[in-house]
Design a protein around this ligand. Structure first.
Ligand code: COA
Length: 480
């Protein structure tokens, strides 16, 4: 009863259509609904196989041709067409334009779906390509950058996509040094306060940074470099080393400024200074997926000011992300102390401590990575630590940690950049907390680049699409 018309779909070859025509003639009551036939193959040459054996028309046949089928069906009142376009016209003619499907409304509905913002937000970037065991910044491998370039030049690359020429590099260095010379805001640091939280306070409270312009040619990169200079000043505030920055000559490389801020020494140990800068550069960026980059990007979508957006990213660097180096440094110091105290082999002491950790359900900080099975930043930093004569018992132990972990846990995990930095920092005799400080410091360059990329290339208020924001709580109810 729901059928208004029947379409016979046929083709040349065989005699089914002719038999149907005969049957319609003999038993018309069997066919109460109007029929329209689409027969394909009208132009097929005789004798040629068209796709399959059934569609062969043998020369001289009185049935099986397009003409024979058309004639037979039309003789019993069934119109025959040869194309889908004609079929639609013929069917519409017979059904008197009856509407089965509300095309107009369907189109409107589809249009609202097409016009809606994509469910996939698409966090594309021109800055860093992240691949398993490899990181490319604007096409340059991060390992190469760590070896050959300083922090300021790398920050410039992140923001601008190219390294600066000599004159511009000099201009940038001066901006950073000027920023490091200016006093930092007065920030109170509570006992045991996480260094990322203290740095957030500095960022948020610093009027010098907030007021530094970011407009005009090179505005974004100048602001980034100024922010990097300010961060050296914040670190000196945290480490009480401001004095070491007071007599900055303005002719020094920026790596010296970092060294002064971190150690409080005005006599620069060139090897340590290079090592510290290399660790910082190794941490500059890891694309758009790390939580810190996401936090900065979300703030940038709302056009939050630079210092606020970067502070959001810095605040998201915790022991879970980026902060494991400090914990790793503590853990391996504990292993070395145990081996000395109990006069046992370091590997044995480490095995025992690891076993205890694992039994307590704790993770070994500095091991494992979501993507890399061999952290691309590992070897370049190990090499630096060897060349600068810094590598000592912590680096030595850390190189064996994956193997020891496998013996204890039966699972193979790579050392990550946090672990590598944790070991080097300890061999340099620095506070373990500096491992996290270096990670954050480097990442400030990447966060700045992501901030400026977002505001320059994306509409405001990018956000989670409503379809992804699932409410899973209680249904509507009344307050009694
Ligand atoms: C970085 C990290 C989050 C990546 O984790 P992941 O690859 O997603 O792996 P998962 O968290 O799903 O863990 C998978 C398994 O490996 C174990 N595992 C991963 N990292 C471990 C670690 N560092 N120590 C001990 N076990 C670890 C987990 O316990 C889990 O074991 P299970 O399957 O028996 O439960 C993880 O390795 C980690 O927490 N590392 C320590 C912290 C750290 O160094 N962070 C800095 C990263 S750069």
């Amino acid at each position: 009863d729901n059928t208004d018309l029947v379409v016979v779909a046929g083709q040349i070859g065989g005699c089914q259509e002719e038999l149907l025509a005969e049957d319609i003639k003999k038993n018309p009551k069997k066919y109460p609904k109007p029929l329209v036939a689409l027969i394909s193959g009208a132009h097929a040459p005789e004798g040629k196989t068209m796709g399959h054996a059934g569609a062969i028309v043998s020369p001289g046949q009185v049935y099986g041709t397009f003409q024979s089928k058309k004639q037979a069906l039309e003789s019993v009142g069934v119109p025959v067409v040869n194309s889908q376009y004609d079929l639609i016209t013929e069917v519409q003619k017979r059904l008197k334009k009856k509407i089965y499907f509300d095309m107009e409304n369907y189109y409107k509905k589809m249009k609202t779906i097409w016009d809606a913002p994509s469910k996939k937000t698409g966090w594309g970037t021109l800055i860093t390509k992240v691949m398993p065991n490899n990181l490319l910044i604007s096409g340059y491998s991060l390992q190469d950058i760590v070896e050959k370039k300083g922090f300021i030049e790398t920050a410039y690359l992140l923001v601008k996509g190219e390294f600066p020429d000599k004159k511009t590099a000099e201009e940038m260095r001066k901006i950073a040094i000027d920023a490091a010379k200016r006093p930092a805001p007065n920030v109170h640091r509570s006992k045991k306060e996480d260094i990322s939280k203290t740095l957030v306070k500095y960022f948020v409270l610093d009027d010098e940074l907030a007021q530094y312009p970011e407009e005009g040619t090179n505005g974004a990169v100048k602001k980034t470099v100024f922010g990097i200079g300010r961060t050296a000043r914040y670190l000196s505030g945290i480490l009480h080393t401001e004095k070491a920055l007071e007599k900055l000559s303005g002719d020094e490389p920026f790596s010296h400024v970092i060294y002064r801020a971190v150690t409080g020494n005005t006599m620069v140990n060139e090897q340590h200074s290079r090592m510290i800068e290399a660790m910082i550069v190794a941490c500059v960026d890891h694309g758009v997926t790390p939580p810190s980059a996401q936090a900065t990007l979300i703030a940038a979508t709302t056009r939050a000011p630079y210092e606020i957006a970067v502070a959001q990213g810095v605040g998201a660097i915790t022991d879970v992300h980026g902060g494991a180096g400090a914990k790793a440094a503590q853990l391996f110091t504990e292993c070395i102390l145990k081996s000395k105290k109990e006069n046992i082999d370091v590997a044995q002491a480490t095995r025992e401590i690891m076993k205890k950790y694992i039994e307590e359900g704790k993770r070994i900080e500095g091991l494992g990575h979501r993507l890399h099975t061999k952290d691309p930043r590992r070897d370049v930093l190990w090499n630096f630590s060897a060349q600068t004569g810094i590598a000592g018992e912590h680096v030595q132990l850390y190189k064996k940690v994956s193997t020891i972990f496998e013996q204890v846990r039966g699972m193979s995990l790579p050392i990550n950049v946090d672990g590598v930095i944790g070991a080097i920092v300890t061999d340099m005799g620095l506070d373990p907390a500096m491992a996290k400080a270096f990670f954050i410091y480097g990442r400030i360059a990447g966060l700045s680049a992501h901030y400026f990329e977002e505001i320059a290339s994306q509409p405001r208020m990018r956000q989670i699409h409503f379809n992804e924001a699932l409410y899973k709580g209680k249904g509507p109810r009344n307050i009694q």
